[in-house]
Design a protein around this ligand. Sequence first.
Ligand code: DAT
Ligand code: MG
Length: 156
Amino acid sequence: MQREQRTFIAVKPDGVKRGLVGEIIKRFENRGFKLIGLKMLDVTPEMAERHYGEHKGKPFYDRLIEYIQSGPIVAMVWKGYDCIAGCRQIMGATRPLEAQVGTIRADFALVKEYNVVHGSDSEESAEREIAIYFDEKEICDEYDNMAEIVIEKLDD
Ligand code: DAT
Ligand code: MG
């Protein structure tokens, strides 16, 4: 079944510091997804804890919270057909050695702790994560792009 979805994507601090913002955005644009929200920001301790609450108690949690605050992130909202799974496919698996060549993490990450990019894993987490970083007034969905053309064609 076709599904038009929104997802939260972030270029993490290591990706920003390495100058990979344009490269990462390009890959989602190339797929035909629609960029509807974009900002650079420093993650606060409260945002970090809300974002990664599901990992609280795990051995890597403290380092994860520290890492996401180690520099600015580029926070984005993307929209399109099967956008959540599609963006995760473009990102690749959490561990770079398990990610397929051609994905962001296989191409640019060495270790799972610094894997360059974040993407929501379900519709529920997407909406939860979007609300941490964006006010709905900051979402710009009122323009046509490739994603909408593709979905229109499927509706015929
Ligand atoms: P993903 O980012 O692929 O959705 P996740 O939600 O399971 O992965 O974990 C969030 C982040 O936490 C992940 O990008 C890197 C870090 N992480 C996950 N598992 C880890 C582990 N076993 N050791 C260290 N860091 C880990
Ligand atoms: Mg995750």
